[in-house]
Design a protein around this ligand. Structure first.
Ligand code: UDP
Length: 262
């Protein structure tokens, strides 16, 4: 977040550099079950962000001394690919990735019924393939969907959005330029069913009133994104019998095809 900027981020028509209005989200697409070897997985495209999440567990926690006899432990690992940003990102965890992993893990833990799985670990791998600001929230939003795909019981799927201040205006869902040259960035994540806030950070400065405005904007957007999460899950799990039938029919047709060659 740079405080010094000559870059104009809002034009004379009140539009942002990518053409959005103040309260407009970037396009979001979520896909469920994209990895065969994970217990649950999800892929999210959110504006210029592309993130894949794999979930493993609950499985026996290893090494053994990490086991908690009364509940599951949640390990989240946020990682940025070397090619995910303009300037090559040095591989391996840096301070930022360690921080983001910690807050995402804690957020997920507050939604999962961890007491149902003593001595186990739930491992969540968040791989950022392309980054364009807002990756912690996009990663967390996809991670919740991957947990649901893994069948892990939760209060609800966590969802979030960031808002911030750009050229003196409170705007929703900052992109990279807005994040870099704007005045504030406030990522927020909630559990929609209980309205609990499970992640809230602030980079930059806002008045109390602006802060309230940013939170309201993000909460409203989060509820919209919550529906996208559910639709993505439904797309994978609705009418599985019919899908199986189609597969069987296809297999049958292929067999007939073979017969014809004989
Ligand atoms: N970024 C980067 N190199 C880094 C870390 C971040 O280019 O080593 C970019 C990336 O596009 C990221 C953005 O800066 O999405 C904003 O990062 P921030 O720490 O605010 O987290 P985010 O908004 O992604 O949750």
């Amino acid at each position: 977040m740079s405080m010094v900027s000559n870059i104009k981020l809002i034009d004379e028509n009140g539009l942002r550099i990518d053409g959005r209005k103040f309260n407009e989200l970037r396009p979001i697409k979520i896909e469920v079950g994209v990895l065969n070897r994970a217990d649950g997985s999800a892929y999210i495209e959110w504006g210029g962000n592309k993130i894949i999440v794999a979930v493993y567990g609950p499985r026996e926690a290893f090494p053994k001394h990490t086991q908690n006899p009364s509940r599951a432990i949640v390990n989240a690992r946020y990682n940025m690919a070397a090619f995910s940003v303009d300037e090559r990102k040095r591989p391996g965890p840096d301070r930022r990735a360690i921080e983001i992993s910690k807050i995402i893990g804690e957020a997920l833990e507050s939604a999962i019924f961890v007491e149902q799985y003593p001595r186990t670990s739930i491992d969540v791998y968040i791989e950022v393939l392309q980054a364009d600001a807002g990756t912690r929230i996009a990663g967390l939003t996809a991670a919740s969907v991957a947990l649901a795909d893994a069948g892990i019981p939760m209060k609800d799927m966590i969802v979030g959005c960031a808002s911030g201040k750009v050229d003196g205006n409170i705007v929703l869902d900052l992109n990279k330029e807005e994040d870099n040259y704007g005045q504030a960035d406030v990522p927020l994540a909630i559990i929609p069913r209980t309205q609990e806030v499970v992640l809230l950070q602030m980079d930059g400065n806002l008045t109390r009133e602006e802060f309230g405005q940013a939170i309201e904007m993000s909460k409203k957007a989060a509820l919209f994104i919550s529906n996208l999460q559910k639709e993505a899950l439904l797309a994978k799990y609705s009418r599985p019998e019919e899908k199986e039938e189609v597969k069987e029919e296809e297999a049958e047709q292929e067999n007939h095809g073979d017969d014809n060659h004989e």
